[in-house]
Design a protein around this ligand. Structure first.
Ligand SMILES: Nc1nc2c(c(=O)[nH]1)N[C@H]1C(S)=C(S)[C@@H](COP(=O)(O)O)O[C@H]1N2
Ligand SMILES: [Mo]
Length: 415
């Protein structure tokens, strides 16, 4: 298969130069046509040696330690601190999952290329940022959740080893995304009736691990899903996409594992034959004893979860009423209910839901609790969605620790 034209990354600047880059880009933006993107805000302060600020190689935004935990090239949001956020996760609180590092791209010279045998005209088709902004826009709320969110709980509560970033529960966030329907762009590019697969690819550096160059991050997306509800997003919560979240344009693939939502989108192969990449063969399949030899089919939909917005190991005073809060979400159907147990699972009661359950959102919940005796306690929460899916006691193990859906065992101490 012939190689695609790789869009130029003329204005890709190294992350450490991000602050000066912002003013340079700002200058460009004023000279450019009306559609040139306002550039995202620069981090408030430099990444180095500021108390309470963590740094992760390749992440542009500020990572205050009260809101993030750095894991390699990634930043996990602190789920235990989500109590002061609303139904939408502010961009400055949103987790970052980077295979390599955030490229600082300029919307003014970005373009999207579609190519492949799945286009009528066969030649590549380009869209500038301005052309995308001129198409009808859609706005929708969607969660982005890493396939491995909750992965570390396979080890910590099931005693099962897994590989991959040791996320706890904060590799998830909800945002309001504005952009263009991928379906509209595919139609305008002349997608053929017999096209079956797309291969969206990012402009970040090729991913190299264990001495192997896997190429740029890319993952097949079935045409059927693309036409259903996928958007090419250029805004997050009413602002231009931040650098770390895919500026200037990313895919948002609602209800699917986060890897489907390719950031810094550069090109999309359109094919009449099924496509693959290491992100659909080596990773993002379920491997292990409970799964077919050679692995499951590539995973697509996320699962369901619920959790307390409270640090693990928190101490709570006995004899007074605490308002315990949390969130529940399901990629399979709207949340129907959340039950909690404050005695390790012996008794369960309903939590109050504070949001109208809907597909692709999460529901905040709360429950009052007056602990009577002191000592260690395991808090549990369990959500059930309107399709009847409910969190099991144990998640089915897979070696890469994807799709953790079990009831989280949340240890606290009453003093
Ligand atoms: N180009 C590119 N797109 C990417 C990634 C990446 O490293 N490069 N990471 C993916 C993964 S694994 C996840 S979970 C989501 C995370 O999106 P966020 O960093 O905006 O939270 O982006 C996906 N899109
Ligand atoms: Mo992910």
């Amino acid at each position: 298969m012939q190689n695609p034209p790789v869009p130029a990354r003329r204005s890709l600047l190294k992350v450490l130069a991000a602050a000066p880059a912002v003013s340079a880009l700002g200058g460009l933006a004023t000279a450019a046509p009306a559609h040139a993107a306002p550039t995202p805000a620069a981090p408030a302060s430099g990444p180095l040696a500021t108390p309470g600020l963590l740094s992760a190689p390749g992440i542009v935004k500020a990572l205050p330690s009260e809101h993030f935990t750095v894991r390699g090239t990634n930043a996990e949001a602190r789920f235990d601190a989500f109590g002061d956020t609303g139904a939408l996760t502010p961009a400055d609180r949103f987790f970052v999952r980077n295979h390599t590092s955030t490229p600082v791209l300029d919307a003014a010279d970005w373009r999207l290329t579609l190519w492949g045998d799945g286009l009528h005209g066969r030649g590549p088709v380009h869209f500038t940022y301005g052309q995308l902004r001129d198409l009808p826009s859609v706005t929708r709320t969607a969660l982005i959740e890493c396939a491995g969110n909750g992965r570390s709980l396979y080890a910590s509560q099931q005693g099962e080893p897994v590989t991959g970033t040791a996320w706890t529960l904060g590799a998830v966030g909800a945002a309001r995304w504005r952009g263009v329907r991928l379906a509209d762009v595919l139609r305008r590019a002349g997608i053929a009736r017999d096209a079956v697969d797309l291969l969206p690819r990012g402009l970040d550096d090729p991913y190299v691990s264990g001495g192997i160059d896997y190429g740029r991050v890319r993952r097949p997306l079935p045409v059927a899903k693309a036409f259903d509800d996928v958007i090419l997003a250029y805004e997050m919560n009413g602002e231009p996409l931040p650098y770390d979240h895919g500026h200037p344009v990313r895919l948002v693939v609602p209800s699917w594992v986060g890897i489907a939502s390719i950031k810094w989108l550069g090109d999309i192969e359109v094919s009449t034959r099924p496509l693959s990449s290491p992100w659909s063969t080596d990773w993002y399949r379920l491997f292990g004893a409970a799964h077919p030899a050679g692995g499951s089919a590539p995973i697509s939909r996320q699962t369901l979860k619920s959790a307390y917005q409270l640090p693990f190991g928190a101490t709570l005073e006995s004899g007074r009423v605490h308002r315990l809060t949390g969130r529940a979400w399901s990629a399979l159907a709207p949340v129907r209910s959340v039950e909690v147990s404050t005695d390790g699972g012996a008794h369960w009661r309903r939590a109050h839901l504070h949001d109208t359950p809907r597909r692709d959102g999460w529901v905040r919940w709360s429950v009052p609790w007056r602990p009577r005796s002191t000592g260690p306690v395991t808090l549990l929460s369990r959500t059930t969605d309107t399709a009847g899916n409910t969190q099991p006691e144990r998640a089915v193990h897979n070696t890469q620790g994807y799709l953790f859906n079990a009831v989280v065992r949340h240890p606290v101490t009453v003093v």
